[in-house]
Design a protein around this ligand. Structure first.
Ligand code: SF4
Length: 147
C-alpha cells in the first residue's frame, strides 16, 4: 500500500480536495482485500472495507485508477460484470472477460482442464431467479455514483 488505511481515512477527513484526489489515485485502494481486520480493530468502528469499495468505484468513474492497478481493475470489472449478468460468479465468463481485458490470453490456461475435472468450472452459468433485482441494484448504484 502506498498509504496505510489509517492515513487514507485521515486524508479524507481533512476534506482537502487535493488529498481526496491522491486517495483516488492511490494503489492502496486496489490492494485492500476486504479482509475486515481494520474494521474489527477500529476504535471508531469505521467500516474501512466499505469505504475502500466506494473509493474504488469513484476512482474508476473519475478515471483516476492507479496505472499500477490495471490488472486488478480489469479483474474488478470482470467480477462485477459476472454478478451483474448472472447474479452469481460465473468463473468461465470471468476468466474470458478478464483475459480479453488484459490480453493475457495464455496465462493460467493450463489450470483450466484441472479445474474442470474437479468440477470447479461450469460451462453453463447458473443464473439467479431475480436477475431484474440485481440489474436494479446496479442501476441504483450507478446513479448514486454519478451524483
Ligand atoms: S480490509 Fe483488510 S486489506 Fe483492506 S484496509 Fe482493512 S485490513 Fe487492510
Amino acid at each position: 500500500m502506498d498509504y496505510p488505511p489509517s492515513v487514507i481515512m485521515r486524508m479524507l477527513q481533512t476534506g482537502i480536495p487535493n488529498l481526496e484526489d491522491k486517495v483516488l489515485r492511490s494503489f492502496s485502494i486496489w490492494v485492500c482485500l476486504t479482509c475486515e481486520m481494520c474494521f474489527a480493530r477500529c476504535p471508531m468502528s469505521i467500516d474501512i472495507p466499505k469505504m475502500m469499495d466506494f473509493l474504488r468505484e469513484k476512482s474508476i468513474n473519475e478515471k483516476k485508477a492507479n496505472p499500477k492497478a490495471k490488472e486488478i481493475v480489469a479483474f474488478h470489472k470482470s467480477f462485477l460484470d459476472s454478478i451483474k449478468y448472472t447474479g452469481r460468479l460465473y468463473e468461465i465468463g470471468l476468466f474470458v472477460d478478464y483475459k480479453a481485458r488484459t490480453l493475457k490470453i495464455l496465462d493460467d490456461l493450463a489450470l483450466a482442464p484441472k479445474m474442470m475435472k474437479r468440477g470447479k468450472l461450469n460451462l453453463i452459468p447458473e443464473m439467479i431467479k431475480d436477475r431484474s433485482g440485481i440489474a436494479s441494484i446496479f442501476r441504483k448504484s450507478n446513479k448514486k455514483n454519478k451524483n
